[in-house]
Write a protein that binds this ligand. Structure first.
Ligand SMILES: [Zn+2]
Length: 214
């Protein structure tokens, strides 16, 4: 299904797979166009059979213009991961690596993703980035899910730091999730082997089945 389009008119697509009554999991393979290895994990998730009780909503990229150009930003020079309408604030200037755009959800890619999130109302949202090779730790159910995902994939649980985190996609995604608000970023390494792709895809369905379903 096409749920929106980019600044340059490329379609934003989502594929639904698995148990229609299951726990809804929204997976976004890429938001920063030059951090695209997570798209292979989403692709792998379209090929495996999800376990009973898991309803996958799979988005290869919400930044197809950035992916095509191999750049972080969208085609308007906005960092989509600072453009979401939760805790948004004006940040930096056009051209800056963290430029948050002229207004909250000003970018068609962010606005379409917000509408998709409100439609799906997932229990879990996962965002892939590169290449800090870590997952930030947390508490409660979110902490448990992160810990299990890290254990299954070998990623260390270390805080992601170094940016100004206004209007980020993961903060926004925690506001559309049901019960518990589990939405977080997975920082892959600089490269991803086929084995790692398979392990991450399996980790997505395993954490959903073990910790969120039923
Ligand atoms: Zn990133």
């Amino acid at each position: 299904m096409i749920f929106g389009s980019s600044v340059e008119g490329r379609p934003l697509t989502v594929t639904r797979r698995g148990d229609l009554d299951g726990v809804r999991v929204l997976v976004i393979g890429c938001i920063h166009g030059n951090e695209a290895d997570g798209m292979a994990i989403v692709e792998q998730l379209t090929r495996i059979d999800p376990p009973e009780g898991v309803d996958l909503w799979l988005v290869p990229t919400i930044n197809p213009d950035g992916t095509a150009a191999g750049i972080r930003h969208n085609a308007s020079g906005v960092d989509l991961n600072r453009n979401f309408p939760v805790n948004w604030a004006p940040l930096a200037e056009p051209g800056d690596w963290q430029y948050g755009g002229p207004a909250a959800a000003s970018e068609p890619e962010a606005a379409a993703t917000v509408a998709l999130g409100e439609l799906v109302q997932p229990s879990l949202v996962l965002w892939y980035h590169q290449d800090l090779y870590r997952i930030s730790p947390s508490r409660g159910l979110s902490g448990q899910v992160r810990e299990r995902y890290a254990e299954l994939t070998g990623l260390p649980l270390i805080e992601v730091t170094g940016g100004t985190y206004t209007g980020t996609a993961s903060q926004w995604s925690r506001t559309v999730t049901t019960d518990g608000g589990v939405g977080f970023t997975i920082e892959l390494g600089p490269t991803l082997t086929e084995d790692e792709v398979a392990r991450h895809a399996q980790a997505v369905v395993t954490v959903a089945a073990e910790l969120l379903s039923g």
